[in-house]
Design a protein around this ligand. Structure first.
Ligand SMILES: [Ca+2]
Ligand SMILES: [Ca+2]
Length: 259
């Protein structure tokens, strides 16, 4: 756990707890004043990516009940793509993954995968991975480890794979097209204040600096502000156009930025 906030989130007089830890699953724990807490993170709209709630990194794999599909999820800072099929198929299950990060293929079981990297700028690589699962087999898995877990990950799955077959994150949600982007936040710190003075405490989250290369990820790496609506938080960072930009560099040594 990297940071936490201990505040009365739901204004019932009892202190609650919110935790952040880089790209990992957070907790939003409502206290009852008796020393026990109820985790409501799943329900209050603080997911890393609105399109794919349940994408956050976890130590636990989503439960897969041998239902045929291409399961894509984060586990222990690695992207897992798991192929499950109840019958052999002549149709290939293949695609391409693009990341703005150096990447290692940690394992590929019943899956051919190859890396093609392009140097995007000093220290940042744009990496393409082509993969194809052996559909003669009932199971396969590709595990890749990006150097920067919060860098966006673009998928293009070939169109012969039906969209309901593609299942993303803990909730195994289907994407709306064969091209989709997964984006985890690199959440570092929290601050709580009743920003709009409506009696409900609101939340600001600071995100990491991509090792001093924030300017190359400016579309994805802004800090976040959430307004508390009572039983849900509403992301308003874009509405107030809060942008994170590098301000200063340290003497040409490690390119650390101040924000
Ligand atoms: Ca409370
Ligand atoms: Ca408020």
């Amino acid at each position: 756990m990297l940071d936490n906030g201990i505040v009365d989130i739901n204004a019932d007089g009892f202190l609650d707890i919110y935790t952040v830890n880089h790209t990992a699953l957070s907790s939003l724990l409502l206290g009852n004043g008796q020393g026990t807490f109820r985790d409501i993170y799943e329900y209050w709209g603080l997911h890393h990516q609105e399109e794919f709630p349940g994408l956050e990194d976890s130590l636990v794999e989503p439960e897969i009940k041998n239902e045929s599909g291409l399961y894509i999820f984060w586990k222990e800072r690695q992207i897992h793509i798991k192929f499950v099929s109840s019958k052999k198929s002549a149709q290939s299950v293949s695609g391409q993954i693009t990341l703005h990060s150096p990447v290692k293929i940690k394992s590929n079981f019943n899956c051919e995968a190859s890396i093609e990297s392009n140097l995007l700028s000093p220290g940042i690589k744009k990496t393409h991975i082509r993969f194809e699962f052996d559909t003669e087999q009932s199971k396969g898995r590709l595990v890749i480890q990006p150097d920067m877990a919060a860098a966006p990950v673009s998928f293009h799955i070939e169109s012969q794979t039906p969209l309901p077959y593609i299942r993303i994150g803990r909730y195994q949600l289907n994407p709306s097209s064969h091209h989709f982007v997964l984006r985890l936040k690199d959440r570092h710190g929290t601050a709580w204040s009743d920003w709009n003075r409506d009696g409900l405490i609101d939340l600001a989250i600071s995100n990491g600096g991509f090792r001093g290369k924030t300017h190359q990820f400016s579309l994805y790496n802004n800090n976040e502000i959430f307004v508390n609506l009572g039983k849900k938080f509403n992301q308003v960072s874009d509405l107030i156009q809060m942008k994170k930009t590098p301000r200063r560099f340290f003497l040409n040594k490690f390119p650390k930025c101040l924000y």
